[in-house]
Design a protein around this ligand. Sequence first.
Ligand code: GLU
Length: 318
Amino acid sequence: MTRGAGGWTNGLAAALPAPGWRTRFAPAPTGWLHLGHLVNAVHVWGIARAYGGRVLLRLEDHDGGRCRPEYTAGVLDDLDWLGLAPDDAPTASFRAATAVGAPHDARQSDQGPRYAAALDALAAHGLVYACRCSRRDIAVVAPHQAGDEPRYPGLCRDAAVSFEETFARRIRLDDTTITFEDLRLGAHRQQPASQCGDLLARDRHGFWTYQFAVTVDDLHHGIDVVIRGEDLLASTGRQWQLAALLGRAEPPRVLHHGLLVHADGSKLSKARHDTGLRDLRAAGATPGELLGEAAARAGLIPQVRPLPVDALADLFAP
Ligand code: GLU
């Protein structure tokens, strides 16, 4: 089969752990799923199916200000309709937990106690401080260039802000340099302390942050391989550094795949309806057509053609 993936798939067999390893599909239900999510799902399920991995579904609804129950229900419905079945935490398990008001192990909004325990463990080592800075305070002191991420300049690091004053907590990061070998992009070096500064674990509204929740959960769920879009590449160093502070002996392997872009070069967003799975479904697309569209837009097949879910493994198989 002709593949446009650029040859990186040839190295997967040697780079992945022995069969039985675990990865995750971890959407944030802040909107409806779109073709960008489907590109991620094609990689997650395809690589897992080709190399003996297991897929965990994790609902990353940590941001209570942006997530909505109807988006969560939409994720579950879309996955069922597409035939993308998680091996661990199947869609029915989330619906069953919701129906009886029970917490689910892989739904982040239910895991406040897990994150609080992780924060307490770090606090016991003197690594946590309360932070009263707003984004504006940070921008005034540390203006960043367009395209650069803001780096927390450490205003509250030694200010001994009372834990009663705010929910916001930061983790002290020393100037460790993290090196890792991305399974597609090769060797990388990142120094989180100079990229983002001390990590925000919980914001002033009391919501756990993506970086903190995802690192705690990847450790808790025993995730061996993280497969996600390259917009999250810069997060890897800080997640590895945080995972080490939390006692993780071996960081997960990482694979960052390419992102979908519109014809005009702009990144896909949930606000654009032309790629929303619900809208495409309503317009009559079949699951195979959408999987094929995502695979083609990701460069995994040369032309759009219907792709049954069972054929995803072939896109990555040796
Ligand atoms: N929840 C994140 C998102 O939807 C992805 C998490 C990850 O893969 O690390 O963008």
